[in-house]
Design a protein around this ligand. Structure first.
Ligand code: 2BA
Length: 108
């Protein structure tokens, strides 16, 4: 059993979660915030059998697109960063996926 933590764009999250569900894969959506841009994103919590991990990755690839994002000029303020020190534009994945081993799962 594996646990995948997939950090995705808010705009892709509903389609990705729906596609996972259609394939019989269980998913939980968490509202999260990226530490760099400080804007909202979504973390999908996906517990699945080892043999389904590649299928999950393919589904995420299909539904999660890469975007360019421009941090607002004031985003550096309040974080101890020099004003305007953030890059003008960053490429935001797709999806950032962590795959973890699960020792045990119980549903009570
Ligand atoms: P954010 O932290 O808001 O980062 C948004 C984008 O800014 C990143 O896109 C990357 O292109 C850039 N970025 C982030 N940290 C940076 C840094 N220290 N220096 C220069 N550029 C930086 P992605 O790499 O696609 O990440 C998208 C979101 O996925 C991130 O949002 C964060 O919420 C999460 N994430 C990515 N890698 C992570 C990691 N190793 N651990 C935890 N969360 C991660």
């Amino acid at each position: 059993m594996k646990l995948l933590l997939a950090i995705v764009n808010n705009d892709d999250s509903a389609r990705a979660a729906a596609a996972l569900t259609e394939h019989g894969i269980f998913v939980t959506k968490l509202s999260t915030t990226g530490g760099f841009l400080m804007v909202g994103n979504t973390t999908l919590l996906i517990g699945t059998e080892d043999e389904k991990v590649n299928e999950v990755k393919e589904i995420l690839k299909t539904h999660c697109t890469t975007r360019k994002s421009a941090p607002s000029p004031t985003e550096s303020l309040g974080r101890g960063l020099k004003h305007g020190s953030l890059p003008a534009e960053v490429k935001v994945g797709g999806a950032t996926v962590f795959v973890l081993d699960v020792l045990d799962t119980i549903k009570i």
